[in-house]
Design a binder for this molecule. Structure first.
Ligand SMILES: [Zn+2]
Length: 399
């Protein structure tokens, strides 16, 4: 069995298949944004383009990385996902009117573990399987056999087998943050097809309609591939012969989110609410990216020294997609798991901790953490003598 090496960048829209795409190169040789590796490793680099379909408006990041799922690169990288709307998901499941005493609960990734615990308790479900099938991206490479035929990545095979072999009448399957990381229509369709076997999929995804119409670009990460909006999700679901019900959710602690249930038990009377702003159909993300690059360029004169605080996707994406090549910057993070690792970017001034770092010779600091963490960091670096400008991902003042 041979793993596929790489593939060409697709020239057609993931959603409608048309080839009239507006395109911006994000990078020719970039590592995945979670690829903090050991120094001796030499991980494979990939090309990434940001495209917008001139026909249907679909936005995607295209890559020559053949992984079907652009999940994290290493197990020690973990993220927290929002939990605020768990009760709303509970209501959605209740509205399906399925026999919960004859139901099993399944997870797709570790990101589903909190929700699965919540639902198990609320519904008193006896069969719960907690697996991290999303695991790391190496398990999502399609396999080529000796006859040069492609077959499903092993991680997908394991996931589907788990659901298909459940003895329960209903299977509730949690697929948090799955859709925008899926890099293959075969993957999306195999998961949606589970609905034919009485699976009910609970999903969430960033609310890209909202984000496209906001003033930020900080959601552009190379591990996000398809920036699906509600109409596009509805179309995918319809194409696979099932139904979905979804809602937009926003709170102070969460970036705008779409969550919902995909199930054959949803009544055909249910209609997806249309987008609030018709402009989202043609998001000007490529213009915005060039404007943001120009903004950072003029904010940083040639003798600037920039400290990028936060080595999560946002900080890495700032370095990968936005900053000019000659910017003198360092990268900073206090996460223990990242200590001693080589980051996916090569900061000319190195990769350091935030705490105890002396920023006094720096002209600028970019804070790419959450706002809550930023408000804790700012007084500390000011107290330690930093007098320069503090900016966020979008080059807005945080002072
Ligand atoms: Zn299209």
């Amino acid at each position: 069995m041979i793993n596929l090496k790489s593939r060409h960048l697709s020239s057609s829209c993931f959603c409608c298949g048309k080839t009239d795409l507006e395109r911006a190169t994000l990078g020719e040789k970039l590592l995945d944004s979670s690829d903090f590796h050991d120094q001796k490793l030499n991980p494979k680099k990939h090309r990434f383009d940001l495209t917008v379909c001139r026909d249907c408006g679909h936005v995607e990041i295209k890559s020559d990385n053949p992984c079907w799922l652009s999940t994290r690169k290493h197990e020690f990288i973990t993220y927290n996902e929002p939990t605020d709307y768990f009760p709303l998901i509970e209501n959605l499941i209740t509205s399906l009117e399925i026999d919960l005493s004859d139901t099993s609960l399944h997870t797709f990734s570790y990101k589903d573990f909190k929700l699965v615990d919540y639902l198990q308790k609320e519904f008193n479900v006896s069969e719960v399987t907690k697996n991290d099938h999303a695991s790391t991206s190496e398990f999502w490479l399609p396999i080529m056999n000796e006859q040069r035929e492609l077959s499903q990545p092993p991680a997908l095979k394991n996931f589907l087998t788990e659901i298909e072999t459940s003895q329960k009448k209903n299977r509730i399957v949690l697929v948090t943050r799955f859709l925008d990381h899926a890099n293959s229509i075969e993957l999306i369709n195999s998961v949606l097809n589970l609905c034919k076997q009485s699976a009910h999929l609970v999903f969430d995804i960033n609310d890209y309609e909202k984000l496209f119409n906001s003033n930020t670009m900080e959601y552009m990460w190379n591990e996000r591939r398809n920036f699906f909006v509600r109409g596009e999700i509805e179309q995918l679901v319809k194409n696979s012969g099932t139904r979905c019900q979804m809602f937009a959710y926003e709170s102070l602690t969460t970036s705008p989110t779409i969550f919902g249930v995909i199930s054959n038990k949803i009544s055909d009377q249910v209609r997806v609410t249309p987008a609030e702003d018709p402009e989202f159909l043609k998001p000007s993300v490529i213009d915005r990216l060039s404007r943001l690059r120009a903004k950072w360029k003029s904010a940083l004169p040639h003798d600037s020294k920039l400290g990028v605080i936060g080595a999560s996707h946002k900080g890495i994406s700032l370095a990968q997609f936005v900053l000019s090549k000659n910017v003198q910057y360092s990268l900073h993070d206090d996460k223990d798991a990242l200590i001693g690792k080589t980051p996916p970017v090569h900061p000319p001034l190195g990769f350091h901790r935030v705490s105890d770092f002396d920023f006094s010779s720096y002209s600028h600091v970019a804070i790419t953490t959450t706002k809550v963490i930023a408000t804790k960091i700012i007084p500390k670096i000011r107290a330690a003598g930093f007098v320069g400008q503090i900016l966020d991902f979008d080059c807005q003042n945080l002072n």
